[in-house]
Design a protein around this ligand. Structure first.
Ligand code: FAD
Length: 289
């Protein structure tokens, strides 16, 4: 099923992200993660694409297995910053062949050192969107950044670039994580005022590991509200308490989003089925409204 059809259905959707294991780690590890999350009946899975395409074959394989085994739609991420047009076309063909209809089209992070190669065929995600559109009838998603993308100093320009992705043919957007819902509401207002009308899925990260969140936020510049910082500082040394508090914080964020009219939530589950399970339990009646 195309995710655009699901998003138009009017139901509140809850989807989950997983990332493929590194090439030397057996695939059974992710099969267990997928089975655990599938048991919570997410509306779709998204499967990330390793930086520079390092796990590209695994992304295709895992996404296809999810659909074949659990009959849950899969969204395969695809990055272009380190790939040639023919490599991208081969991956798109492999996705089509395995029955994947949904692709999240991304530029990918620029390589940090000189050994990393940068594509001469693709500089930005909108060019990948154009390429995917040429290759077949896919439902295409793209990333968006409520606080602005870290490389773009000007939020207005960043939204102009987002509009270019939408005009290139993307069907929906998924946000970078955020911990203050007002940031999302402000962003939604700004996208609407620029004429962006496609569905925007709110990306929520239930934080269960204080070190990890500090590192991610340093890289992406994500704002941490004082209330959230207090939780991370208070429970940093107690992983079980941190997990419980992180899930409670994410649950509250989602309830507020739904109460304010947001109908599509994506969970950055970090390959932890217990997170999806707890959040689904916490929202069982709310998701039916
Ligand atoms: P783009 O939309 O191309 O934007 C990149 C930068 O270029 C922005 O600053 C933008 O303002 C600027 N820009 C865009 N168009 C133009 C233009 N025409 N002229 C000048 N400047 C322009 N990374 C992975 O490696 N694998 C994944 O699976 C993955 N999944 C992700 C999922 C989500 C939901 C999100 C939010 C991010 C994900 N990322 C992933 C990270 C993403 O690859 C990085 O954030 C990357 O730095 C930007 O990718 P993008 O597709 O948003 O790029």
């Amino acid at each position: 099923m195309k995710i655009s059809t699901l998003l138009q259905s009017g139901k509140i959707t809850l989807s989950c992200e997983i990332f493929p294991p590194k090439p030397h780690v057996p695939l059974e590890q992710i099969e267990q993660v997928v089975a655990g999350i599938a048991a919570t009946h997410p509306d779709f899975f998204s499967v990330t694409y390793g930086a520079g395409g390092s796990t590209s074959k695994r992304t295709v394989e895992i996404a296809a297995d999810i659909q074949d085994t659990y009959h849950i739609p899969a969204l395969a991420h695809l990055t272009c910053v380190a790939a040639s047009r023919s490599q991208i076309d081969d991956t798109i063909a492999a996705l089509h062949q395995r029955g994947i209809q949904n692709i999240l089209a991304l530029r990918g992070d620029m390589p940090q050192d000189e050994s990393g190669t940068v594509s001469s065929d693709f500089q930005y995600a909108y060019q990948l969107i154009e390429e995917i559109k040429k290759q077949g009838d896919f439902c295409i998603g793209a990333a968006c950044y409520p606080e602005g993308h870290v490389e773009c100093g000007n939020k207005e320009k960043d939204i102009d670039h987002l509009k270019q992705k939408v005009e290139s043919g993307c069907d929906f957007l998924t946000t970078q994580m955020f911990f203050d819902n007002n940031i999302l509401y402000n962003f939604l207002y700004r996208t609407l005022s620029k004429g962006i009308r496609i569905p925007i899925i709110a990306g929520i990260m239930p934080v269960t590991n204080s070190k990890q969140i500090q590192r991610i936020c340093q890289l992406s510049g994500t704002y941490l509200p004082a209330r959230f910082k207090a939780i991370v500082e208070r429970f940093a040394d107690n992983p079980d308490a941190m997990k419980q508090a992180g899930i409670a914080y994410a649950t509250e964020q989602i309830i507020d989003l739904i109460a304010n009219g947001v109908r599509a939530i994506h969970l950055y589950t970090m390959n932890k089925p217990e997170i999806a399970e707890k959040i689904k339990q916490n929202l069982s009646d709310i998701l039916r409204t």
